[in-house]
Design a protein around this ligand. Sequence first.
Ligand SMILES: NCc1[nH]cc(CCC(=O)O)c1CC(=O)O
Length: 376
Amino acid sequence: MATHEQLESTSSRPVLDPTLTMQDESSKDVAPSAAFKRKSDEANITADTIHIGTRKSALAVIQAEMVLAELKKAHPETQYEIHAMSTMGDKNQVTALHEFGAKSLWTHELEAQLLEGKLDLIVHCLKDMPTQLPPKCTIGCIMEREDPRDCVIMKKGLEYKTLLELPEGSVVGTSSVRRSAQVKRKYPHLKFKDVRGNVGTRLNKLDAADGEYTCLILAAAGIIRMNWKDRITQYLDSKTVGGGLLHAVGQGALAIEIREGDEKTLNVLAELINEDSTFAGTAERSLMRTLEGGCSVPIGVETTWIEKGKLLMKAIVVSLDGTESVEAERLGEVLNVRDADEFGWELAQDLVKKGAAKILEAINLNRPVIAEGGGA
Ligand SMILES: NCc1[nH]cc(CCC(=O)O)c1CC(=O)O
Protein backbone atom coordinates (compact mmCIF):
# COMPACT_ATOMS: atom_id res chain seq x y z
CA MET A 1 0.00 0.00 0.00
CA ALA A 2 1.77 3.02 -1.18
CA THR A 3 -0.39 5.83 -2.37
CA HIS A 4 -3.37 7.73 -1.09
CA GLU A 5 -5.42 6.27 -3.83
CA GLN A 6 -4.37 2.75 -3.10
CA LEU A 7 -5.22 3.25 0.54
CA GLU A 8 -8.74 4.20 -0.36
CA SER A 9 -9.67 1.60 -2.85
CA THR A 10 -7.71 -0.37 -5.23
CA SER A 11 -6.75 -3.83 -4.15
CA SER A 12 -9.07 -5.30 -6.74
CA ARG A 13 -8.40 -2.81 -9.49
CA PRO A 14 -7.63 -4.71 -12.69
CA VAL A 15 -4.70 -2.57 -13.75
CA LEU A 16 -2.66 -5.51 -14.81
CA ASP A 17 -5.09 -6.31 -17.58
CA PRO A 18 -3.08 -5.54 -20.72
CA THR A 19 -6.23 -4.84 -22.68
CA LEU A 20 -7.07 -1.83 -20.53
CA THR A 21 -6.44 1.59 -21.95
CA MET A 22 -4.31 4.12 -20.15
CA GLN A 23 -5.88 5.58 -17.04
CA ASP A 24 -7.17 9.10 -17.51
CA GLU A 25 -5.76 10.50 -14.32
CA SER A 26 -2.21 9.58 -15.27
CA SER A 27 -1.94 12.44 -17.70
CA LYS A 28 -2.38 15.06 -15.01
CA ASP A 29 0.57 13.95 -12.88
CA VAL A 30 2.48 16.96 -14.08
CA ALA A 31 0.55 20.20 -14.54
CA PRO A 32 -0.43 20.27 -18.24
CA SER A 33 1.20 23.59 -18.90
CA ALA A 34 4.26 22.94 -16.76
CA ALA A 35 6.47 21.60 -19.50
CA PHE A 36 5.59 24.33 -21.94
CA LYS A 37 5.92 27.54 -19.96
CA ARG A 38 8.13 30.15 -21.52
CA LYS A 39 9.64 33.34 -20.19
CA SER A 40 6.90 35.44 -21.75
CA ASP A 41 4.41 33.87 -19.38
CA GLU A 42 5.88 35.65 -16.39
CA ALA A 43 4.00 38.89 -16.80
CA ASN A 44 1.81 38.69 -13.71
CA ILE A 45 4.36 37.63 -11.11
CA THR A 46 4.19 39.96 -8.13
CA ALA A 47 6.79 40.70 -5.50
CA ASP A 48 4.98 38.64 -2.81
CA THR A 49 6.84 36.15 -0.70
CA ILE A 50 6.93 32.58 -2.00
CA HIS A 51 6.71 30.08 0.87
CA ILE A 52 8.80 26.96 0.25
CA GLY A 53 8.02 23.81 2.23
CA THR A 54 10.44 20.97 2.88
CA ARG A 55 11.11 18.15 5.28
CA LYS A 56 13.67 18.85 7.96
CA SER A 57 16.45 16.39 7.11
CA ALA A 58 19.82 17.85 6.13
CA LEU A 59 19.43 16.62 2.55
CA ALA A 60 15.88 17.93 2.25
CA VAL A 61 16.96 21.37 3.48
CA ILE A 62 19.92 21.45 1.07
CA GLN A 63 17.52 20.60 -1.75
CA ALA A 64 15.13 23.38 -0.73
CA GLU A 65 18.07 25.79 -0.64
CA MET A 66 19.09 24.70 -4.13
CA VAL A 67 15.57 25.44 -5.35
CA LEU A 68 15.54 28.80 -3.58
CA ALA A 69 18.85 29.74 -5.24
CA GLU A 70 17.48 28.85 -8.68
CA LEU A 71 14.26 30.76 -8.08
CA LYS A 72 16.19 33.78 -6.89
CA LYS A 73 18.29 33.72 -10.05
CA ALA A 74 15.13 33.63 -12.17
CA HIS A 75 13.14 36.16 -10.11
CA PRO A 76 15.38 38.31 -7.94
CA GLU A 77 12.47 40.68 -7.24
CA THR A 78 10.55 38.01 -5.32
CA GLN A 79 11.09 37.13 -1.66
CA TYR A 80 11.43 33.50 -0.62
CA GLU A 81 11.12 31.75 2.73
CA ILE A 82 11.95 28.13 3.55
CA HIS A 83 9.73 26.34 6.06
CA ALA A 84 11.28 23.05 7.22
CA MET A 85 8.87 20.65 8.95
CA SER A 86 9.28 17.34 10.74
CA THR A 87 6.86 14.90 9.19
CA MET A 88 5.35 11.72 10.62
CA GLY A 89 8.00 9.69 8.86
CA ASP A 90 10.80 11.72 10.43
CA LYS A 91 9.34 11.40 13.90
CA ASN A 92 8.93 7.64 13.77
CA GLN A 93 12.22 6.29 12.51
CA VAL A 94 12.12 3.35 14.87
CA THR A 95 8.99 1.80 13.44
CA ALA A 96 9.73 -0.12 10.27
CA LEU A 97 8.53 1.71 7.22
CA HIS A 98 6.38 -1.13 6.04
CA GLU A 99 4.36 -0.97 9.23
CA PHE A 100 3.19 2.48 8.20
CA GLY A 101 2.71 1.30 4.67
CA ALA A 102 1.98 4.65 3.11
CA LYS A 103 4.63 6.66 1.38
CA SER A 104 2.47 9.70 1.98
CA LEU A 105 3.60 9.88 5.55
CA TRP A 106 6.59 11.87 4.37
CA THR A 107 4.44 14.42 2.59
CA HIS A 108 1.02 14.56 4.22
CA GLU A 109 1.59 17.42 6.66
CA LEU A 110 3.33 19.52 4.06
CA GLU A 111 0.49 18.99 1.60
CA ALA A 112 -2.06 20.07 4.22
CA GLN A 113 -0.16 23.37 4.59
CA LEU A 114 0.09 23.75 0.83
CA LEU A 115 -3.66 23.40 0.46
CA GLU A 116 -4.27 25.88 3.30
CA GLY A 117 -2.13 28.42 1.45
CA LYS A 118 0.56 28.55 4.14
CA LEU A 119 3.00 27.14 1.61
CA ASP A 120 3.18 27.88 -2.10
CA LEU A 121 5.36 24.97 -3.10
CA ILE A 122 6.94 21.85 -1.64
CA VAL A 123 10.36 20.55 -2.69
CA HIS A 124 10.50 16.76 -3.00
CA CYS A 125 12.69 14.04 -4.35
CA LEU A 126 10.53 12.84 -7.22
CA LYS A 127 11.34 9.31 -6.12
CA ASP A 128 9.56 9.85 -2.80
CA MET A 129 6.32 11.10 -4.33
CA PRO A 130 3.39 8.69 -4.65
CA THR A 131 2.30 8.14 -8.26
CA GLN A 132 -1.14 9.46 -7.38
CA LEU A 133 -0.99 12.80 -5.63
CA PRO A 134 -3.79 13.92 -3.29
CA PRO A 135 -6.67 15.86 -4.87
CA LYS A 136 -5.83 19.49 -5.71
CA CYS A 137 -2.07 18.85 -5.61
CA THR A 138 0.06 18.55 -8.72
CA ILE A 139 3.67 18.55 -9.84
CA GLY A 140 4.46 22.06 -11.06
CA CYS A 141 8.00 21.34 -12.09
CA ILE A 142 10.57 18.59 -12.48
CA MET A 143 14.09 20.00 -12.44
CA GLU A 144 17.23 18.87 -14.23
CA ARG A 145 18.09 15.44 -12.99
CA GLU A 146 21.16 14.77 -10.87
CA ASP A 147 22.96 11.44 -11.44
CA PRO A 148 20.10 8.89 -11.18
CA ARG A 149 22.33 5.88 -10.47
CA ASP A 150 22.65 3.83 -7.33
CA CYS A 151 26.12 3.56 -5.88
CA VAL A 152 28.20 1.67 -3.32
CA ILE A 153 29.78 3.31 -0.30
CA MET A 154 32.30 1.16 1.57
CA LYS A 155 32.86 1.33 5.29
CA LYS A 156 35.76 3.66 6.12
CA GLY A 157 39.07 1.81 6.34
CA LEU A 158 38.13 -1.10 4.07
CA GLU A 159 40.15 -1.38 0.89
CA TYR A 160 37.39 -2.88 -1.28
CA LYS A 161 35.70 -0.78 -3.91
CA THR A 162 33.19 -3.03 -5.65
CA LEU A 163 30.58 -5.61 -4.66
CA LEU A 164 32.47 -8.28 -6.59
CA GLU A 165 35.54 -7.92 -4.34
CA LEU A 166 33.57 -8.41 -1.12
CA PRO A 167 34.17 -11.66 0.77
CA GLU A 168 31.37 -14.18 1.27
CA GLY A 169 28.83 -13.03 3.85
CA SER A 170 29.67 -9.33 3.71
CA VAL A 171 26.71 -7.23 4.81
CA VAL A 172 25.15 -4.73 2.41
CA GLY A 173 23.02 -2.09 4.12
CA THR A 174 19.86 -1.21 2.25
CA SER A 175 16.17 -1.05 3.12
CA SER A 176 15.10 -1.17 -0.48
CA VAL A 177 13.81 -4.47 -1.85
CA ARG A 178 14.41 -3.09 -5.32
CA ARG A 179 18.12 -2.86 -4.51
CA SER A 180 18.50 -6.07 -2.51
CA ALA A 181 16.44 -8.18 -4.92
CA GLN A 182 18.44 -7.01 -7.95
CA VAL A 183 21.85 -7.26 -6.26
CA LYS A 184 21.06 -10.72 -4.84
CA ARG A 185 20.62 -12.06 -8.36
CA LYS A 186 24.10 -11.00 -9.34
CA TYR A 187 25.90 -11.42 -6.03
CA PRO A 188 24.39 -14.37 -4.18
CA HIS A 189 27.35 -14.44 -1.77
CA LEU A 190 26.30 -11.20 -0.07
CA LYS A 191 24.01 -10.63 2.91
CA PHE A 192 21.53 -7.78 3.18
CA LYS A 193 20.46 -5.85 6.20
CA ASP A 194 17.97 -3.04 6.74
CA VAL A 195 19.40 0.39 7.42
CA ARG A 196 17.19 3.29 8.42
CA GLY A 197 17.42 7.01 8.87
CA ASN A 198 18.58 9.99 6.87
CA VAL A 199 21.57 9.67 4.61
CA GLY A 200 23.92 11.09 7.28
CA THR A 201 22.61 8.69 9.91
CA ARG A 202 23.16 5.78 7.55
CA LEU A 203 26.75 6.77 6.85
CA ASN A 204 27.41 7.05 10.59
CA LYS A 205 25.99 3.57 11.12
CA LEU A 206 28.22 2.28 8.32
CA ASP A 207 31.43 3.80 9.68
CA ALA A 208 30.81 3.00 13.38
CA ALA A 209 33.68 0.91 14.79
CA ASP A 210 31.21 -1.72 16.04
CA GLY A 211 29.02 -1.32 12.96
CA GLU A 212 27.52 -4.36 11.24
CA TYR A 213 27.60 -3.18 7.63
CA THR A 214 30.37 -3.68 5.07
CA CYS A 215 28.90 -1.20 2.64
CA LEU A 216 25.74 0.68 1.76
CA ILE A 217 23.89 1.08 -1.49
CA LEU A 218 22.45 4.57 -1.86
CA ALA A 219 21.31 6.95 -4.54
CA ALA A 220 24.31 8.84 -5.90
CA ALA A 221 22.19 12.00 -6.15
CA GLY A 222 21.73 12.39 -2.40
CA ILE A 223 25.40 11.70 -1.73
CA ILE A 224 26.48 14.23 -4.34
CA ARG A 225 24.13 16.90 -2.96
CA MET A 226 25.53 16.28 0.54
CA ASN A 227 29.02 16.84 -0.91
CA TRP A 228 30.18 13.30 -0.14
CA LYS A 229 30.85 12.22 -3.71
CA ASP A 230 34.39 11.09 -2.82
CA ARG A 231 32.87 8.31 -0.68
CA ILE A 232 31.33 6.63 -3.75
CA THR A 233 33.42 3.58 -4.68
CA GLN A 234 31.24 2.03 -7.42
CA TYR A 235 28.26 2.96 -9.58
CA LEU A 236 25.62 0.30 -10.11
CA ASP A 237 23.85 1.14 -13.37
CA SER A 238 23.44 -1.22 -16.31
CA LYS A 239 26.28 0.42 -18.23
CA THR A 240 28.92 -0.04 -15.54
CA VAL A 241 30.66 -3.42 -15.50
CA GLY A 242 29.64 -5.22 -12.31
CA GLY A 243 26.71 -2.84 -11.90
CA GLY A 244 23.54 -4.13 -13.48
CA LEU A 245 21.15 -2.39 -11.09
CA LEU A 246 18.24 -0.35 -12.40
CA HIS A 247 17.38 2.66 -10.26
CA ALA A 248 14.12 3.73 -8.65
CA VAL A 249 11.46 5.58 -10.58
CA GLY A 250 12.20 9.29 -10.38
CA GLN A 251 15.55 8.82 -8.65
CA GLY A 252 17.86 11.83 -8.83
CA ALA A 253 15.24 14.38 -9.86
CA LEU A 254 13.80 17.10 -7.66
CA ALA A 255 10.12 17.85 -8.15
CA ILE A 256 8.09 20.79 -6.94
CA GLU A 257 4.54 20.20 -5.81
CA ILE A 258 2.01 23.02 -6.05
CA ARG A 259 -1.74 23.58 -5.74
CA GLU A 260 -3.59 22.59 -8.88
CA GLY A 261 -4.46 25.70 -10.87
CA ASP A 262 -1.98 27.96 -9.06
CA GLU A 263 -0.86 29.76 -12.22
CA LYS A 264 1.16 32.32 -10.31
CA THR A 265 3.47 29.74 -8.73
CA LEU A 266 3.57 27.77 -11.96
CA ASN A 267 4.87 30.87 -13.72
CA VAL A 268 7.51 31.45 -11.07
CA LEU A 269 8.75 27.90 -11.69
CA ALA A 270 8.99 28.25 -15.47
CA GLU A 271 12.79 28.56 -15.68
CA LEU A 272 13.37 25.60 -13.36
CA ILE A 273 11.63 23.13 -15.62
CA ASN A 274 13.87 20.68 -17.44
CA GLU A 275 12.10 19.13 -20.37
CA ASP A 276 14.14 15.91 -20.63
CA SER A 277 13.83 15.24 -16.89
CA THR A 278 10.12 16.02 -16.98
CA PHE A 279 9.43 13.62 -19.82
CA ALA A 280 11.67 10.86 -18.44
CA GLY A 281 10.20 11.28 -14.94
CA THR A 282 6.67 11.23 -16.34
CA ALA A 283 7.34 8.06 -18.34
CA GLU A 284 8.86 6.31 -15.32
CA ARG A 285 5.94 7.29 -13.09
CA SER A 286 3.43 6.18 -15.68
CA LEU A 287 5.08 2.75 -15.80
CA MET A 288 5.00 2.49 -12.01
CA ARG A 289 1.39 3.68 -11.79
CA THR A 290 0.30 1.15 -14.38
CA LEU A 291 1.97 -1.66 -12.45
CA GLU A 292 0.52 -0.36 -9.18
CA GLY A 293 4.00 -0.54 -7.80
CA GLY A 294 3.90 2.33 -5.36
CA CYS A 295 7.09 2.28 -3.36
CA SER A 296 6.63 -1.25 -2.19
CA VAL A 297 7.38 -3.31 -5.26
CA PRO A 298 10.85 -3.86 -6.69
CA ILE A 299 10.60 -2.03 -9.97
CA GLY A 300 13.80 -0.65 -11.46
CA VAL A 301 14.14 1.63 -14.45
CA GLU A 302 16.81 3.34 -16.50
CA THR A 303 15.99 6.03 -19.03
CA THR A 304 18.45 7.37 -21.58
CA TRP A 305 17.91 10.07 -24.20
CA ILE A 306 19.45 8.59 -27.35
CA GLU A 307 18.94 11.92 -29.06
CA LYS A 308 16.57 14.84 -28.50
CA GLY A 309 13.04 13.42 -28.38
CA LYS A 310 14.15 9.78 -28.55
CA LEU A 311 13.90 7.90 -25.29
CA LEU A 312 15.26 4.48 -24.36
CA MET A 313 13.80 3.01 -21.20
CA LYS A 314 14.77 -0.25 -19.55
CA ALA A 315 12.66 -1.67 -16.75
CA ILE A 316 12.75 -4.66 -14.43
CA VAL A 317 10.31 -6.21 -12.00
CA VAL A 318 11.95 -8.56 -9.48
CA SER A 319 10.52 -10.98 -6.95
CA LEU A 320 11.37 -10.12 -3.35
CA ASP A 321 13.98 -12.86 -3.04
CA GLY A 322 15.56 -11.96 -6.36
CA THR A 323 14.95 -15.40 -7.87
CA GLU A 324 12.45 -14.29 -10.51
CA SER A 325 12.53 -11.26 -12.73
CA VAL A 326 11.06 -9.83 -15.90
CA GLU A 327 12.85 -7.25 -17.99
CA ALA A 328 11.75 -5.16 -20.96
CA GLU A 329 12.93 -2.13 -22.85
CA ARG A 330 11.44 0.33 -25.26
CA LEU A 331 12.82 2.90 -27.66
CA GLY A 332 10.53 5.57 -29.02
CA GLU A 333 9.70 9.17 -29.69
CA VAL A 334 8.75 11.24 -26.66
CA LEU A 335 8.02 14.86 -27.51
CA ASN A 336 5.59 15.85 -24.76
CA VAL A 337 4.09 14.78 -21.43
CA ARG A 338 1.31 12.88 -23.16
CA ASP A 339 3.83 10.82 -25.17
CA ALA A 340 5.79 10.20 -21.97
CA ASP A 341 2.72 8.92 -20.16
CA GLU A 342 1.89 6.60 -23.01
CA PHE A 343 5.49 5.42 -23.33
CA GLY A 344 5.58 4.35 -19.67
CA TRP A 345 2.21 2.68 -19.98
CA GLU A 346 3.32 0.74 -23.09
CA LEU A 347 6.48 -0.49 -21.42
CA ALA A 348 4.40 -1.60 -18.43
CA GLN A 349 2.22 -3.61 -20.82
CA ASP A 350 5.35 -5.26 -22.28
CA LEU A 351 6.41 -6.25 -18.77
CA VAL A 352 2.95 -7.64 -18.04
CA LYS A 353 3.00 -9.68 -21.25
CA LYS A 354 6.33 -11.15 -20.24
CA GLY A 355 4.96 -12.27 -16.87
CA ALA A 356 5.43 -9.33 -14.51
CA ALA A 357 1.86 -9.70 -13.26
CA LYS A 358 2.67 -13.03 -11.64
CA ILE A 359 5.56 -11.52 -9.68
CA LEU A 360 3.54 -8.47 -8.68
CA GLU A 361 0.54 -10.53 -7.61
CA ALA A 362 2.72 -12.72 -5.42
CA ILE A 363 4.10 -9.60 -3.77
CA ASN A 364 0.66 -8.04 -3.35
CA LEU A 365 -0.65 -11.19 -1.70
CA ASN A 366 2.11 -11.05 0.86
CA ARG A 367 1.74 -7.46 1.95
CA PRO A 368 2.83 -5.55 3.94
CA VAL A 369 6.07 -5.21 2.02
CA ILE A 370 9.10 -3.17 2.80
CA ALA A 371 9.01 0.25 1.20
CA GLU A 372 11.79 1.91 -0.72
CA GLY A 373 12.34 4.06 2.33
CA GLY A 374 11.27 7.67 2.22
CA GLY A 375 14.00 8.99 4.50
CA ALA A 376 16.21 11.01 2.18
N1 LIG B 1 14.96 6.54 -0.15
C1 LIG B 1 15.05 7.87 0.24
C2 LIG B 1 15.60 8.78 -0.78
N2 LIG B 1 14.81 9.55 -1.55
C3 LIG B 1 15.60 10.23 -2.45
C4 LIG B 1 16.92 9.88 -2.20
C5 LIG B 1 18.10 10.34 -2.95
C6 LIG B 1 17.99 11.55 -3.76
C7 LIG B 1 17.17 11.43 -5.02
O1 LIG B 1 16.85 10.34 -5.50
O2 LIG B 1 16.85 12.52 -5.55
C8 LIG B 1 16.93 8.98 -1.14
C9 LIG B 1 18.11 8.36 -0.50
C10 LIG B 1 18.55 7.11 -1.16
O3 LIG B 1 17.74 6.34 -1.68
O4 LIG B 1 19.76 6.85 -1.15
